[in-house]
Ligand binder design. Structure first.
Ligand SMILES: O=C(O)CCC(=O)C(=O)O
Ligand SMILES: [Fe+2]
Length: 465
């Protein structure tokens, strides 16, 4: 590989390393929007449920908050398909959506508009962000929630939104961990700085990001939680990224352009491969289609698509499976469709294998070097080495070709920019899943993006001669 390609690869990696998994702030709202109506628990004599209202401002009394706590159920967490109560993992109160009404409308209050630029990666195109209210939670003194990811509920679930009422409390910081980065959001401190009128604090984050709520030392931390979904216009067409490129997009673009201009780089054409920074919800049962993945990309993953599309380079998404059972220890399979995760190694018969090797499937002819290693773990020198070149078999790159080519004839080269080193194992469908709600209809799976690089002098590459 030439020095210039090495340098360009580094530029791309550096541009992708700029990534935040959240966006947060304090939003001024109308005083009446701090009001919540909630149902009381049925009385000991089976009396009818009554409702009460509470104004969740800084002046709310201890007595009123205790009444709210009395209307809460203990909040569970999710372990595989079960909701589990265990105060060593999560201690908090919750009210389900059918038992309360909050006056606050996050769209009308401007909170959705405030989070869109980050959560949809600066690119509105034809995507819409929809917030679905999920719970009201009360974290009193000593309450907390240990590190977890939020359970994926649909393929288009992208994030979680938490709204914090300005009720007095100390502690209860939300700590997010993404790769090597840690971020602490102290909603009480942020709201404390806001002196001019009523406000709520908010944070939105990609829901596969690990997060925890530290113990509350005093007072009551009252929140509304929402699941965030990406919907898109009926046409399903991906609108071309518009707007002014950000500095980090320009940096990424300069790396791509120097690769295209280097005539020693993939002279016959091929692919740039990117293992992604985030994981994506995949269904575990039934018949599926991979949703239009390119609409659902998060953070720096979306940057790959944005810039490549702007340059006119086709981008495709593939699910990455580690299919070690397949004769060869190191078989990596890239698929357009999630595999029915009910399939276990033992159950696999030839028919199943034929199905897996069917249309839209790519077997990497050279295994990924860093298979099974944790990304970024310093103790493991292999983790940071990228297997620079592997081959994408031709059946995938040329739909007209005969599909039985495992010989490598006509295979296209993949130049891996970031390693696809976290993979789903076909043989372990759900493992032990730990989330904020029981359910294994969806699991977070690993995806790789492939940017098609034309041969020297072909297509959009012609202008870089
Ligand atoms: O209250 C928070 O800050 C986060 C709560 C949470 O992680 C959850 O409900 O899943
Ligand atoms: Fe959570």
């Amino acid at each position: 590989m030439s020095q210039s390609v090495k340098g360009a690869t580094e530029t791309l990696r550096a541009a992708l390393a700029v990534d935040v998994a959240y966006t947060c702030g304090v939003q001024p709202i109308k005083a009446e929007d701090l009001c919540v109506y909630y149902k009381l628990k049925t009385g000991p004599h089976g009396d009818e449920k009554n409702a009460r209202s509470i104004n969740l401002d800084g002046e709310v009394s201890e007595e009123e908050l205790e009444q709210l706590v009395a209307a809460c159920d203990p909040a569970p967490f999710g372990l595989d398909d079960k909701d589990v109560l265990d105060e060593k993992v999560r201690k908090a109160g919750q009210i389900d959506v059918e038992n309360f009404v909050a006056r606050l409308d996050v769209s009308a209050a401007g909170i959705i508009d405030a989070i869109i630029p980050e959560i949809l990666s600066g690119e509105k195109s034809n995507r819409v962000l929809r917030a679905e209210m999920y719970k009201l939670n009360v974290y009193g003194r000593g309450c907390f929630f240990k590190p977890h990811q939020d359970t994926p509920r649909a393929q288009n679930m992208i994030g979680s939104l938490v709204i914090f009422f300005p009720t007095a409390h100390k502690g209860g910081e939300l700590v997010l961990t993404h790769g090597e980065d840690k971020f602490t959001f102290d909603s009480a401190a942020e709201l404390g700085k806001h002196k001019s009128g009523p406000a709520v604090a908010y944070i939105a984050f990609y829901s596969d990001t690990k997060h925890e709520v530290l113990p509350v030392h005093s007072g009551h931390r009252v929140t509304l939680t929402f699941n965030l979904f990406v919907d898109h216009a009926e046409s399903g067409a991906l609108v071309l990224p518009h707007g002014v490129p950000t500095p980090v997009e320009r940096e990424f673009e300069s790396g791509l352009v120097s690769m295209l201009a280097d005539q020693t780089f993939l002279p016959e054409g091929g692919f740039l491969g990117f293992g992604l920074a985030y994981t994506y919800p995949m269904p575990t049962l039934g018949e599926y289609q991979l949703p239009p993945m390119l609409h659902l990309l998060k953070g720096s993953d979306a940057r790959i698509r944005t810039v490549a599309t702007r340059l006119g380079l086709p981008v495709r998404a593939k699910i990455v499976y580690d299919a070690g059972w397949w004769g060869d220890e190191n078989t990596t399979v890239l698929m357009d469709h999630p595999v029915n995760a009910e399939w276990h190694v033992e159950d696999m018969d030839e028919r199943d294998v034929a199905q897996i090797t069917g249309e839209g499937v790519t077997i990497l002819e050279e295994p990924l070097h860093s298979r099974g290693k944790q990304p970024g773990s310093d103790s493991d020198p292999g983790a940071k080495t990228v297997h620079e070149e592997a081959h994408l078999s031709r059946e995938e790159t040329d739909s007209d070709s005969d599909s039985g080519s495992d010989s490598g004839a006509g295979a296209k080269t993949v130049h891996w920019v970031t390693p696809a080193n976290k993979m789903m194992r076909i043989s372990t469908p759900s493992g032990s899943y730990f989330g904020n709600h029981g359910g294994v209809n969806y699991i977070y799976g690993n995806v790789a993006l492939f940017v098609e690089v034309p041969a020297v002098g072909d297509g959009v590459r012609a202008k870089y001669l």
